[in-house]
Design a protein around this ligand. Structure first.
Ligand SMILES: C=CC1=C(C)c2cc3[nH]c(cc4nc(cc5[nH]c(cc1n2)c(C)c5CCC(=O)O)C(CCC(=O)O)=C4C)c(C)c3C=C
Ligand code: FE2
Ligand code: FE2
Length: 327
């Protein structure tokens, strides 16, 4: 008997190799999406193709090379581990296999590829789980759009449900808290906790994107769960791109300031990332460490993303159970 439903995990996408050519291809697709950069095409296209895709790829390819793993890009390698772990967990819970596929909004594995695999496994119902705890039109919104595009040629549609966000899900907060507590136990002490989220342009939030509200809620709930009071934790936004104002305070400026204040020890967690990737391993764990320590700061410790930690898999499995009720 075919399974009653399948799960489609979706993350952003990543280059196929840490080379300028592969990075150019990836960035072209990603930054050409009007949900990510909303400038009119006539204005943005010449800048993207004439300037950014000429200058940025060599620099960014080097950054990717510094975090590249034997299995490939961390985002994809970890995504595969998450897929396998969720598949195993759901099979144990159900006593029968539940198909779980992984797709990327940009690049490979494509939604078409993953969708075909789900169809081959015989499911007619698909739960789509974008691996973004906080909703943004730039990420989760783009998943929805890309999915619709992938389904365009289908003569018939699967039945679909879509997880919009899980920024305040108790199991997500519990998984983050478990990871911070374990980090503090292993280290033997507590640093000042910085929760650093990927940023987006402030204008997007002013126009109704709930992303900042979701990030603040996650931070408050995590702080409460850890029993932290005011002044014991901080929130900032990283990964600025382009010239306009992004959500503030900026992570790099915050850490430079803390370094200059001779802060002895900081712990940085990036709750917006379900999997470690360039933006955490290179930007947070390497680049911002340098800013902090060069400014005069002391110990700097990055708390890894939830990746395939058992509490994360539990959270994902519970999310699936909750959203497939009645299926
Ligand atoms: C919470 C998730 C993310 C949001 C929100 C987001 C918005 C956003 N990002 C850019 C520009 C870039 N992001 C890049 C990498 C990147 N971004 C996310 C997640 C979110 N982005 C991830 C997981 C990654 C890493 C991918 C990997 O392969 O490891 C990059 C590429 C690297 C670089 O060139 O610096 C860019 C560019 C914008 C413009 C944006 C919202 C408007
Ligand atoms: Fe990004
Ligand atoms: Fe970055």
């Amino acid at each position: 008997m075919a399974a009653r439903y399948g799960v489609l995990l979706v993350n952003l996408g990543t280059p196929e190799a840490p080379t300028p050519k592969a990075v150019r291809q990836y960035l072209g697709e990603f930054l050409g999406d009007p949900r990510v950069i909303d400038a009119p095409r006539w204005l943005w296209w010449p800048i993207l193709h004439g300037v950014i895709l000429r200058i940025r790829p060599p620099k960014v390819a080097k950054a990717y090379a510094s975090v590249w793993q034997e299995e490939g890009s961390p985002l994809l390698a970890i995504g595969r581990r998450q897929q396998r772990a969720l598949r195993e967990r759901l099979a144990t819970q159900h006593g029968e296999p539940v198909p779980v596929e992984l797709a990327m909004t940009y690049g490979k594995p494509s939604m078409e590829e993953a969708g075909l695999k789900l169809r081959e496994s015989g499911v007619e119902r698909i739960l789509v789980v974008p691996l973004y705890p906080q909703f943004s039109r730039t990420t989760t919104g783009a998943v929805f759009q890309r999915l619709a595009k992938a389904l365009e040629p289908c003569p018939h549609l699967p039945e679909l449900r879509f997880v919009r966000d899980y920024h305040d899900h108790p199991d997500y907060i519990a998984a983050l808290a478990a990871s911070v507590r374990q980090h503090w136990e292993t280290q033997g002490d507590r640093g000042r906790l910085l929760m650093s989220y990927h940023g987006i342009p402030k204008r997007y939030v002013d126009n109704g994107d709930p992303y900042a509200r979701h990030c603040q809620k996650t931070s408050q709930l995590l702080a409460e769960e850890l029993g932290l009071g005011e002044g014991e934790w901080f929130q900032s936004y990283q990964s600025r791109f382009g010239r306009e104002e992004w959500l503030k305070p900026y992570t790099d400026e915050t850490l430079k300031g803390w370094g200059a204040d001779k802060t002895e020890c900081v712990d940085v967690i990036s709750p917006a990332f379900a999997a470690d990737c360039l933006e955490t391993l290179e930007e947070i764990d390497a680049e911002n460490r340098e800013y902090f320590q060069q400014a005069g700061g002391g110990r700097y410790r990055y708390i890894p993303a939830l990746n395939d930690r058992p509490e994360h898999v539990t959270m994902l499995a519970n999310l699936v159970e909750q959203h497939t009720a009645g299926w």
